[in-house]
Design a protein around this ligand. Structure first.
Ligand code: FES
Length: 116
C-alpha cells in the first residue's frame, strides 16, 4: 500500500472551520473531511460508511472523553480518532501531523473501498 503525506495548508487557517471537505483525485468516495475539534485535527473519509452521507455536516459530541461525529442522514456515530461506530461499521480515518505550522494528512493511494 502506497501512502504519502499530503500538505493541506496552514493550521492557523484550517482551524477556523470545524470541518473542511477535501476532494481527492481518486474520486468522490476517497474525499476526506478534516475536522478541527477541541484544538486537534482529525481526518476521516468524507462519505459515511453506511450509505455515503456527508460526515462533514454531522454534529460532533463528546461522551466519556470520546469525540464522535454523527452522520446527518441516519445518525450513525463514528469515533473521530478510530473511525469505529457503535453500529460496528468502520469509517476510514487518516493520520494527521502538524509540521512548521502546516497540517498534513497521510492519504492512502488506493480506492477508499479497499480498507486496511
Ligand atoms: S449514510 Fe450515514 S448513517 Fe446512513
Amino acid at each position: 500500500t502506497r501512502s504519502s503525506w499530503r500538505l493541506i495548508g496552514p493550521a492557523a487557517e484550517l482551524s477556523k472551520k470545524r470541518c473542511r471537505l477535501m476532494h481527492s483525485s481518486l474520486g468522490y468516495d476517497a474525499d476526506v473531511c478534516l475536522f478541527y475539534v477541541k484544538g486537534e485535527f482529525f481526518a476521516m473519509g468524507a462519505r459515511c460508511a453506511h450509505s455515503g452521507g456527508p460526515l462533514c455536516d454531522g454534529d460532533i459530541e463528546e461522551a466519556d472523553g470520546v469525540l464522535k461525529v454523527f452522520c446527518p442522514w441516519h445518525d450513525y456515530d463514528f469515533d473521530l480518532r478510530t473511525g469505529k461506530s457503535g453500529t460496528s461499521l468502520q469509517q476510514q480515518v487518516y493520520e494527521v501531523k502538524l509540521e512548521d505550522g502546516n497540517v498534513y494528512v497521510k492519504h492512502v493511494s488506493q480506492p477508499a473501498d479497499q480498507r486496511r
